[in-house]
Design a protein around this ligand. Structure first.
Ligand code: 2U9
Length: 400
């Protein structure tokens, strides 16, 4: 009688009525399972597709919830076992189920080693790599081997299963590109905590108690004196305190605002802010540096335009526009027919803010700027929905 036929009958019909009979029946099932597994491994496969198909077929034969041999053993042997046989049948069934895990697709794929080359799609042999899952499979086979069965232990030195390479997230790419431009100009990169004190996020930056950005409608508070930073500016205050002047730094990182997500808003986004403090630093240095930066990032054709703005931490403050990258300043839908697009804010650091950082404004002056990395990335890559950056959709991410 074949093993399938035996599994299709109850233990009573098979005439199995004691522990010894149960054990030898389960040993027969396990030997069949192992023989099929070894046959699959030895047979190998000529392509990744064929390999996947063979693994899946074996897995389904044994482990399919409906009609799989393990599931039928549960139905016909375990559930219908006589009361006095139930404990031993249950024990043997659990052992078998554990062993059956060896035929899971991933594990078998790992075991069916050797370079695959189907002619059309040459496959590089994967590097030797024993992952946790494979190790678990190997150890579980070892456990069965040492429990006195005849199966050979898995060879842990077999090559691992190849996985496609990932890529750097577009936001990280853009952040690094901006950082590199400023590193080339002699700036250093500084980072700081995302959970900040109200002092570093607002007070030290001259942001008055009454300022609307302090309200919990705009800011995410942890408690009365602690919040998720709304900009990376606290990093510059901390750096002024730590290093004094002269200071040339950029502060990249995540910032948080109490915003509902839509195509142009996200409660978390990335900023890069810059700060230059030295003797005799002027607005001309600021203009020259940001113009150089914009041309390096967007291309040499780009022109910049500075206009007045207001921030509590800079005086005077400015807004930086660049000529529209889509129409080259001619006017189009993107730039609302103006030929210009706002990309950054900037200004001369307010003397009170320098003081809060422990720097004497009589001796030193400084400029600062701030930009949103997502906005830069959207302009660079022509993306119209900020949410795409956070959805981890490979079809989006693999384009960068
Ligand atoms: C210190 C002193 C001054 C940083 C600055 C801006 C202007 C600005 C926005 C751009 C788009 C934020 O991401 S955004 O929403 N930022 O317009 N940021 S000046 O000024 C500082 C920072 C630190 C000690």
């Amino acid at each position: 009688m074949s093993i399938e036929e035996k599994i299709g009958k109850t233990l009573a019909v098979l005439g199995v009525s004691d522990a010894q009979g149960v054990e030898s029946l389960f040993a027969e099932v396990r030997a069949t399972m192992e023989a099929e597994r070894q046959q699959l491994i030895a047979h190998g496969a000529s392509s990744e597709k064929e390999r996947d198909k063979a693994c899946k077929a074996l897995r389904d034969r044994w482990l399919a919830r409906k009609g799989g041999l393990v599931s039928l053993i549960d139905e016909n042997w375990l559930k219908k076992a006589a009361k006095d046989l139930k404990p031993i049948v249950g024990k043997k069934f659990n052992e078998l189920r554990g062993f059956a895990a060896c035929v899971e697709v991933e594990q078998l794929r790992a075991l069916m080693h050797g370079p695959l080359d189907d002619g059309d799609h040459p496959v590089t042999p994967p590097p030797v790599n024993v992952s946790g899952q494979m190790l678990k499979a190997a150890l579980s086979t070892q456990r069965f081997a040492s429990a006195g069965n005849e199966f050979a232990p898995t060879d842990l030195t077999l090559p691992g299963y190849s996985r496609p390479l990932g890529s750097i997230h577009p936001i990280t790419q853009v952040m690094r590109e901006i950082e590199d431009i400023f590193l080339g100009l002699g700036f250093r990169i500084e980072t700081g905590p995302e959970v900040e004190s109200v002092y570093y996020n607002f007070d030290a930056l001259n942001i008055p108690e009454s300022h609307p950005s302090r309200d919990d409608v705009d800011t995410l508070y942890v408690d009365e004196r602690t919040l998720l930073r709304t900009h990376t500016s606290p990093v510059q205050i901390r750096s002024m305190e730590n290093y004094g002047a002269p200071l040339y730094i950029v502060a990249p990182g995540k910032v948080y605002r109490h915003d509902n997500p839509d195509a142009s808003h996200s409660p978390m986004f990335h900023q890069i802010e810059g700060l230059a403090v030295d003797r005799d630093i002027t607005f001309a240095d600021l203009k020259g540096t940001l113009d150089f930066f914009a041309r390096k990032f967007f291309g040499e054709r780009i022109r910049t335009r500075f206009s007045p703005s207001y921030f509590p931490f800079t005086e005077p403050s400015g807004q930086v526009d660049i000529s529209c990258v889509i129409c080259d300043g001619q006017g189009c839908r993107t730039c609302k027919e103006s030929g210009w697009v706002e990309v950054m804010g900037c200004g001369m650091v307010h003397p009170d803010v320098l003081r809060h950082g422990g720097i004497d404004p009589e001796q030193f002056t400084g400029w600062a700027f701030g930009l949103g990395v997502e906005r830069f990335a959207m302009m660079k890559f022509g993306i119209n929905d900020i949410q795409l950056f956070y959805q981890s959709d490979v079809r989006f991410l693999e384009q960068f």
